[in-house]
Design a protein around this ligand. Structure first.
Ligand SMILES: CC(C)(COP(=O)(O)OP(=O)(O)OC[C@H]1O[C@@H](n2cnc3c(N)ncnc32)[C@H](O)[C@@H]1OP(=O)(O)O)[C@@H](O)C(=O)NCCC(=O)NCCS
Length: 155
C-alpha cells in the first residue's frame, strides 16, 4: 500500500504524453486522444500536473483557467494506485495553482454514472450545481456539473 509521501507531484513535461495517453485510455470509456491532449496542453491557459511513483506516471490532472474561474478538464489515477490519496494530492495541487492565479471557483463535469468520482469530488468539497443532459457520448450520459469555491487564504 503506497502513501502520498511515496508519490512525487510535478508539472507535466512533453515526455510524459505517451504514458498519460495510455493511462487515460485505461481509465475512460471515451478517452482523449494523443492529439487532443497535445493541443490542449499547448495552450498557455492549461496547467497540468502528474504524479509519479518509482519513475512511473500513476496520475495526472489538467485544468484550464479563464479569468476568475477554472475548469478541471480531466483527472485520473492508475487503478493500482487509487484510494491512496493521489487524487487528493492532484486536486490540492490544482487548487494551489488556481489560488496562485487568483481563480475563485473551480468547475467540472462528471458522468452521472460515475458514482465513485462524484464521491471523490464531494469529499474534496465540490458541490453539485447543475446537470447537462446528454453531454457525454460513447456511452451517452448526462453530466453532473460541480463547483468548488476557492478561498483566498487558508483551505
Ligand atoms: C476519481 C479518482 C481520480 C480518485 O483518485 P484516488 O487517488 O483514488 O482518490 P483518493 O485516494 O485521493 O481519495 C480521496 C477521497 O475521495 C473519496 N473516494 C475516492 N475514490 C472513491 C470511491 N471509489 N468511492 C467512494 N469514495 C471515493 C474517499 O473519501 C477518499 O478518501 P479515503 O480513501 O480516505 O476514504 C480515481 O478514482 C480515478 O482515476 N477514477 C477513474 C477516472 C475518473 O473517473 N476520473 C474523473 C472523471 S470526471
Amino acid at each position: 500500500m503506497i502513501t502520498p509521501t511515496d508519490v512525487r507531484l510535478r508539472s507535466f513535461q512533453p515526455a510524459d504524453l505517451p504514458a498519460l495517453v495510455a493511462l487515460e485510455a485505461a481509465l475512460f470509456p471515451d478517452p482523449w486522444s494523443y492529439e487532443t491532449f497535445a493541443s490542449t496542453l499547448h495552450h498557455a491557459t492549461t496547467a497540468a500536473y502528474v504524479a509519479e511513483h518509482r519513475e512511473h506516471l500513476v496520475g495526472y490532472a489538467l485544468v484550464r483557467t479563464a479569468h476568475d474561474h477554472a475548469d478541471l478538464l480531466t483527472i485520473g489515477v492508475a487503478p493500482t494506485h487509487q484510494r491512496c490519496g493521489v487524487g487528493r494530492l492532484l486536486i490540492d495541487t490544482l487548487i494551489g495553482h488556481c489560488r496562485h492565479v487568483r481563480v475563485t471557483a473551480l468547475f467540472l463535469e462528471v458522468r452521472r454514472e460515475n458514482h465513485s468520482a462524484q464521491a471523490f469530488y464531494r469529499r474534496l468539497d465540490f458541490v453539485e450545481i447543475g446537470v447537462r443532459r446528454g453531454y457525454y457520448r460513447h456511452p451517452i450520459d448526462d453530466a453532473i456539473v460541480m463547483q468548488r469555491v476557492i478561498g483566498a487564504v487558508h483551505e
